[in-house]
Write a protein of this length. Sequence first.
Length: 182
Amino acid sequence: MRCIKTIKDEELGFNSIPFKEESRRFGSRGIILNDNDEIAMLYMRHKGVYKLIGGGIEKGEQPQDAFKREVLEETGYKIEIDEYIGTIDEFKSQINFKQTSYVYISHIIENIGYTNLTEQEIDSGSELLWLNVDNAIEAIINSEESLEYLELEEAYHLKFIVKRDYEILRYYKDNYRHFLKK
């Protein structure tokens, strides 16, 4: 299993503290391509933050099934997974939290016509956008500016998301251009 990146507090300007009885979470997320080779991004309008599609793996669920479920819930699209590209780790010592995400590349096979967003996603004004890889990376980079105006705890969490998704997009662009038809 290839680890794309391990993200720690120091990388985001926070002091790292020793972990004690950390919470552990596993997630699935990644690149979803449409017929125009654009990537699905969830834009949290009220926070000014872009993120890739994905979320937590439920008990007893396989990572690839979790990714398909999260994509369906957040976008309304059924997908086919093309490739598993590795993991990305987040070590949030400030809140004793470690997350490992399984990362995939996929493409759309069907639009079911509705989403099943969480209350938190609805409250943040989440909307689905399709961006080419360069615009997706730029949107993620620009999300950093919005984090300055959020409360510290929320900004802390979102800084990890922004960094994680930036690293996934860069890794995809640098290593998987063969998926792009252009």
